[in-house]
Design a protein around this ligand. Structure first.
Ligand code: M6R
Length: 608
């Protein structure tokens, strides 16, 4: 998604802005630009493609400017191009960058055109800069002008603006898209993600919905949505900067796959086992948990798959009713009230627009309380939920989610233990679960040992355009997650089915060209799955079977068995996931795609 960085300082800022844009690259973008103010002149440079192209252009014309705004754009309205890239400029005096979507842009554009404004881009964002021009022309200062502009906007936005009449000031506002204020010494910053500013500060203010802010090198002021001047808490971030570097790995995704034994252990120990320390969820967690009879999960993408696994676990181990729904559907339908139901959102970023909207859309009396399982502290979902479980995955940079997913599953298991205490979970099962969590990091290490074997089979996918993933029971969502990973980073069209559904349709797709990937643990459904795989074999399909030795699959010409370690049934959805992550990674390497930044995708989906 789009990224914003702005800086006003007593030193040149173009390097700070570029470093900020580089840190935001992982979020996905198609163009980048910067606007700098110096000696009453506005200098704008914007380019389609990588930040490196913008950087090379700026190196040819180094700027001593002490104030500027910069942007990476992920196209929503208008094709990726230099014209549509931000910043947008009006009357050669004011420039803006914008994240989000302005829903009434068409109507605003017509009004501005009637006043004689000429539009040079196809974007919704350009209306903002011309509206700002109108307000400045009336004699307003930059801060009040932005205040008057946001009154006219419908939709979601984070905006930063500069104007030649205010040579050291940035005005910014947010509604529906994230924006933070970074606090330096004799310098202030704004950005859509603190990561963009970690090179210059670790002190941040998370702006709230409807906030506006004005920054100069010596001063900042925040107004809330009622235009009242407000103070907001300063948060000091303590995470290490080196977590955002690839280290010795070729890609962030591979690094993040390999970090899993450590972060899974850290997420488990965060819960203070053997008895779950419920204060980690929030001060009144125990009181709320006592009243929960059912769970409604809402999430998107990979996090939705974690929710599907959670449904199997809550219903089969606790008999607790659990529904799961993708956020973009949940938010737009009429729903029945669920007394004593916990609304559980799951999100790596904590900023996903649909999940956030689902939380906000829930009526006060619709659910008992809300809980989020998130990876990013201070994110919008974390701030707006009643209770929080923070996965300890650390920053996840690869667009394809890996360690965030597996730590989300550990978060769900911790929750299962917390409810287990109340719902009479069998003590033998509880002991087994605790032991499984203890050995999980070693089980994942044992999967990582299979790297060479998985890399070898990945070569067989070079010419493939389609793939089918099969699983049964709790391994069906794992098959879905495997297929999502493969399609995201290798661009192979992949589908996942519960294996029992094969003969109800997808079997028609199976021929010699179709690789079929089976998640085949040695469980009570193994024999059923084996019959499903025979159906594939007898139609000439090529099988890739992830199974433990005890399952007795044998490799042959068209059957490739990848040995999985023996591990506890409750945590093995996590270990099988890691194997499928490696498969996708190596297939993408064979295909030569941009593994960490797959085309068209963004890391943090902050627009609808
Ligand atoms: O940050 P979130 O977990 O809320 O993001 C949800 C999805 O956008 C995300 O999981 C997406 O599907 C990933 N690219 C999957 O690898």
């Amino acid at each position: 998604m789009c990224g914003i960085v702005g800086a006003t300082a007593k030193r040149p800022v173009s390097e700070i802005l570029l470093a900020g844009l580089h840190s935001l690259e992982y979020r996905g973008y198609d163009s980048a630009g910067v606007a700098l103010l110096h000696n009453d002149e506005l200098f704008v440079s914007k380019h389609q493609g990588k930040v490196a192209i913008l950087e090379a252009a700026l190196q040819k014309q180094p700027s001593p400017s002490h104030i500027g705004i910069a942007h990476t754009r992920w196209a929503t309205h208008g094709v990726p191009s230099a014209e549509n890239a931000h910043p947008h400029v009006s009357n050669n005096r004011v420039a803006i960058v914008h994240n989000g979507i302005i829903e009434n842009h068409d109507q605003l554009r017509k009004g501005l055109q009637a006043q004689g404004f000429e539009f040079v881009s196809q974007t919704d964002s350009e209306v903002i800069v011309h509206l700002l021009s109108v307000e400045l022309h009336k004699g307003s200062d930059l801060d009040s002008a932005l205040g008057a502009v946001v009154e006219q906007l419908d939709g979601a936005y984070a905006i930063a603006a500069i104007d030649i009449a205010h040579p050291d000031r940035i005005a910014a506002a947010r509604h529906g898209s994230p924006l933070v204020l970074g606090i330096g010494f004799g310098e202030y910053f704004v950005a859509s993600d603190p990561l963009a500013l970690r090179q210059v500060t670790n002190r941040f203010i998370y702006l709230e919905e409807g906030d506006r802010v004005s920054i100069t090198p010596d001063h900042y002021q925040i107004w809330d949505k009622t235009a009242a001047s407000v103070t907001r808490p300063v948060v000091e971030l303590k995470d290490k900067l080196d977590q955002a570097s690839k280290g010795d790995f070729d890609h962030f995704m591979l690094k993040e796959i390999y970090e899993q034994p450590r972060v899974l252990a850290e997420t488990t120990s965060f819960a203070g086992l053997p008895t779950v320390d419920e204060s980690i969820f929030g001060a009144n967690a125990s009181e709320i948990f006592d009243r929960v009879d059912a769970i409604q999960i809402v999430a998107c993408g990979t996090s939705y798959h974690a929710g599907m696994v959670a449904k199997y676990w809550f219903e089969s181990h606790l008999g607790m009713p659990c529904n799961v729904e993708v956020a973009s559907e949940f938010r737009y339908r009429l729903r029945a009230k669920r007394p004593n139901t916990l609304l559980l959102t799951i999100s790596q970023s904590g900023e996903t627009a649909d999940s956030l909207a689902a939380l906000r859309d829930a009526a006060p009396d619709e659910f008992l309380a809300s809980l989020v399982i998130a990876n990013v502290d201070n994110s919008a979902l974390v701030r707006e939920s009643d209770l929080v479980f923070l996965t300890q995955a650390g920053p996840e940079i690869g667009v394809a989610s890996t360690k965030a997913f597996t730590t989300q599953l550990v978060g769900v298991l911790i929750l299962l233990l917390a409810f287990g205490r109340r719902k009479g979970m069998d003590s033998g099962f509880q002991a087994q679960l605790l032991q499984a969590l203890r050995t999980l990091p070693d089980d994942v290490e044992a999967v990582l040992v299979q790297r060479a074997r998985i890399e070898a089979v990945s070569e067989r996918f070079i010419q493939k355009h389609h793939a089918l993933f099969l699983g049964r029971g709790v391994y069906y969502p794992i098959a879905l997650e495997g297929s999502l990973k493969l399609k995201e980073i290798s661009y192979i069209h992949a589908e996942a089915y519960p294996a029992g559904e094969l003969k109800h349709g997808p079997l028609a797709l199976v021929d010699e060209e179709m690789p079929v990937i089976a998640v085949a643990p040695n469980d009570e459904l193994l024999e059923k799955l084996r019959s499903n795989l025979e159906e594939v074999r007898s139609r000439g399909g090529e099988l890739y079977v992830f199974a433990p030795q005890e399952a007795n699959f044998e490799s042959s010409d068209r059957v490739h068995v990848i040995n999985m370690p023996h591990c506890d049934a409750i945590t093995s959805p996590i270990t099988y996931t890691v194997a499928l992550q490696l498969l996708s990674y190596y297939v993408a390497i064979q295909k030569g795609t941009d593994v960490d930044k797959p085309r068209n995708l963004a890391k943090s989906v902050t627009v609808e």
